[in-house]
Design a protein around this ligand. Sequence first.
Ligand code: UDX
Length: 433
Amino acid sequence: MSVIGCGYLGAVHAAAMTSIGHDVVGIDVDEPKIQALAAGKAPFFEPGLPELLTEGVASGRLRFTTDMSAAAEATVHFIGVGTPQQKDGYAADLTYVNAAVDALIPHLKPGDIVAGKSTVPVGTAAILAERVAATGATLVWNPEFLREGWAVQDTISPDRLVAGVPSGAQGERAADVLREVYHTAIATDTPFIVTDYATAELVKVAANAFLATKISFINAMAEIAEVTGADVTELADAIGHDARIGRRFLGAGIGFGGGCLPKDIRAFSARAEELGRGESVAFLREVDAINLRRRDRAVQLVVDALDGDVYEKKIAVLGAAFKPHSDDIRDSPALDVAVKLRGLGADVVVTDPEAIENARSRHPQLTYAERDEALTGAHAVVVVTEWDEYRRQLSPAHASSLTAGRIVVDGRNCLDAPAWRAAGWTYFGMGRP
Ligand code: UDX
């Protein structure tokens, strides 16, 4: 098989598919990325990926190239390129998907399967299908649900597999090919849902919209908790016991970021408007607005805690990645908080176990340091990514030995608040008294 696009999605897909027995060529236009991958090195932090790459490359069944003609040897082609938010609007930018399909088409043969994994606006697959069909190949829409940090596991043992196929015998055959591709997951009874293109495309955006809504729901409750003295964490525990609600994704804090949820809900709104159904998902605008407000709330907590003035105060920002177990800083709430504090004149020092390099190239104006250096002399500490390095391994006593002040703002509600208070800290959570 070929995997076109070797970013967070494609590189993991290529390595994971090799690990379950396939012969894979990963193709990308980014030469340095391909060189790293070909040398068995992961170009980003993803637990388990380096091992799979090393094994795959050593086995000779995993290759990487910038030469699209290598796809000619494959019979199944995965499209895993990015669909970022457009620069001047909310809609998805399909430039990379279209370019990947354009480049692939000359190498397709009758009977080949092209499986789209990128998250696209509903209706995209139907347009691409006609172009693919002209070569005698068949297009399948096979959305990817992997979470960064668990990408290898999510790819090899997903919660479900979805295949959007054309109607008739061609579609049935295409579904059978995907069943062979994912034979290990299917053997362990992973649900395999065969549907039409539009449903497959919508499953992905609907899942992400639901997850984003769940997070913003609990963050909206945090806002109410803040004016009533309630504790949103206890509230989440209590409602989460209802199996219909569930506790997962009810973590209140500075909200969601990353390369998927923010841009996917915006692209969904934009697409719904194009379809004349903007009102159906108008609530996603609120979901987005609640989410962005929480970053401001964290900044305000720091400012208030420092008596209204952060100018030239040293603030240790613990975290830069949009979530732990990732070095991804795309739309990171953590970095947004750091940038905003610096904008207010604070002397911000950012630390992160994995994401400093990415953060520095995106925000060179910020200062970066190892954890303890960031803490040294700080007037306030803000936890914005819930890495174990901060929530478990950093004791309040150790932090006290380094900082100048005893103010901690827990932007992820991840610290042991009583322990920090007992050690003399003034603790501020998000939506907690
Ligand atoms: C998400 C979806 O989970 C995945 O299925 C899809 O394929 C891609 O988008 P990912 O972006 O890796 O995956 O991150 P996820 O683990 O979903 O977290 C998203 C954001 O929500 C993070 O910034 C995280 O910190 C935040 N979050 C998550 C909360 O603020 N509260 C929670 O309770 C859970």
